[in-house]
Design a protein around this ligand. Sequence first.
Ligand code: OFO
Length: 169
Amino acid sequence: MISDKVKEILNEQINKEFYSAYLYLAMSAYFDDKGLYGFANWTKVQAKEEVDHGMIIFDYMNDRDCAVHLKQIDVPDTDFSSPIQVFEKILKHERYVTSSIESIANLSMDECDLATRNFINWYLKEQVEEEKNASDIIAKLKLFGDEKVSLYLIDKDLAKREYKSHEYN
Ligand code: OFO
């Protein structure tokens, strides 16, 4: 049985994951508009992964007979000015998501909900990767991004990212 507090925080996390999808889609539209199609691809793939993150919690709650209450999704930030500024926003956002996931881990321990505590481990691991992906791209952009040729090559590289549905395991 999932407590009301854990139910509420899981409902909030579904909303945050779908907000993340919106945010990445807004970024993808920005890059597409600038002709940076590789960056647009990378952020669009990420948006799809965020939907998967939300759906995994949605399915978990249904499996545990725990009511899902979908909340309104905020309008995403669209104040973008350069690839590096966007990736700095991504890193900041992912750090915020990591702290939300950590709150779920802590609350599920406090509520003696070991199934949710175990479930959320997958997200803790996922967040390490999310933050690393953003940091790696920031590092590349800092080193090489000022030159147009390098930006072109980074864009080409990001065009290779392919969407694979994110399975919970
Ligand atoms: Fe769902 O991890 Fe990013 O936000």
